[in-house]
Design a protein around this ligand. Sequence first.
Ligand SMILES: [Zn+2]
Length: 258
Amino acid sequence: MKLQLLPTTFDEFGRATAQQHLACFVIDDCVAIDAGSLAMAASEIQREKIRDIVLTHAHLDHIAGLPLFVDDLFASLKKPIRVHAAPEVIETLERDVFNWSVYPRFSELNNQYGEVLNYRPFQSEKVFQAAHLDFKAVEVNHKVPSVGFIISDKKTKIALSGDTAEMNKFWSAVNKEKNLDALLVECAFPDNLKDLAYSSHHLTPKILRAELGKFRHRNCPIFAINLKPMYRQQIVSELEDLQIENLEILEVGRVYDF
Ligand SMILES: [Zn+2]
């Protein structure tokens, strides 16, 4: 299973920077988890192949690239883009984004081949398919309805938390899996902003370390994701100081093969 966190911002020479402003993880060039930078940073191959987009929640940094991605492909889509999301997230997208005042309601529009955007609501803890992948959504603890995922291609299995504060359902679902090849878990704020992390339902390095006490897959590689760009250096050095076993920061743009 190949996984890539798409870049968000570029330096003055056009090179991707390490900062993660937006969340968009692409698996095997054909399924996107969240769509933060999807329209802006997907490769030509990814643009051709991605027709399944799976959302953790509806916050802007996770959906910003979705309306533009559909728009860019509008005329050429021979099959609709399938947006897999919890019913509450679909409701938010239709009410607050694809509402004709922020952007067109693509779910009501057709191109010459038919529909362009098709919603696939999923239920928590029930397996659903997106392209060749099996997904299981598990509720996490964020400010709005949000899920993490356990994702499998039958050979490899990974788990991704999305945005969250302390959680239990996610850990118990992940611990039930026999094998896990990678865990991607958020760490949005540095420790001195733990009050802000609590009120906005995010993790800090120390809270993450405590959370990982609930994680049972001892040798599984762990990758920190969704670091707020403004505090990135501080979060990285705090995580280094904690010396959490098997933990590294997921690099923007790098293709990981799990
Ligand atoms: Zn969020």
